[in-house]
Write a protein that binds this ligand. Sequence first.
Ligand SMILES: Nc1ncnc2c1ncn2[C@@H]1O[C@H](COP(=O)(O)OP(=O)(O)OP(=O)(O)O)[C@@H](O)[C@H]1O
Ligand SMILES: [Mg+2]
Length: 262
Amino acid sequence: MMKSKLELRNIKHSFESKNKKVEVFSNLSLQVGAGEFVSIVGPSGSGKTTLFQIIGGLIRPASGEIWLEGEEISGKKGLISYMPQQPALFPWRSIESNVVLAQEITGTSRSQALEEAREWLGRVGLSGYEKEYPHVLSGGMQQRVSFLRALLSPRELMCLDEPFGSLDSLTRQEMQAWLLSIWEKNKRSVLFVTHSIEEALYLSDRIYVLSDKPTTVLKELTIPFPRPRLESVMLELAFQQLRQEIYGIMRKEHTVEKVIRK
Ligand SMILES: Nc1ncnc2c1ncn2[C@@H]1O[C@H](COP(=O)(O)OP(=O)(O)OP(=O)(O)O)[C@@H](O)[C@H]1O
Ligand SMILES: [Mg+2]
């Protein structure tokens, strides 16, 4: 087993609102190895975003441990590069200064960071928008800005919460291929949430399939396709079989299906 970058041990957490208690995690454990690309797929409401907020120190779990490079980090912020599900751009900052935010906080020179940001904005089809403010961008454009902010953050572990969810399918494919090529070059550790089984299979070394609440790991799959990975992998029989396997597991877990079977 490769050395773990991130390790979640026995995470337990509930939310309480208006005398209703929602148990999200009763006992969840997972790991991301150094330089590993790991995806999480699971039903809506299973706690994927909550999990990222726990890793990012925004929520303290009721119990359990979060280890990052051998250090327990529960409740500690600023240690990971985090792309939230909603772009969360600062409306009073221009696009380019939104992109350089994480670098600024960790003390990279602003002019150097801005230069880099402009270059990357061009690569994701946003040149000309550097000095604009977030409200003039579409949801998908904002998502790309938020993605760049995470990508350029100097933290080694990237947690991406449905980064390509609001993109049209061609742009999405482009962004996937592009993320893959960047990742294959510098192998950061990635934890990636997606609703697309195909996307998870195409990008990942490993996939965790989560259950419905209270959430546990239903299945952990190692994805065997070689790197560098080509888009054509999606046409292979082994790819289709893995996709069917994951669909099967998720369908059984799906609330609507459970209700029908009752
Ligand atoms: N701040 C909060 N207060 C109360 N309940 C919450 C809070 N945040 C999340 N929840 C509940 O916790 C559960 C998990 O929510 P979460 O957003 O983590 O799900 P998710 O897996 O990211 O879903 P999706 O795939 O739709 O993004 C849901 O039932 C949600 O209603
Ligand atoms: Mg979510």
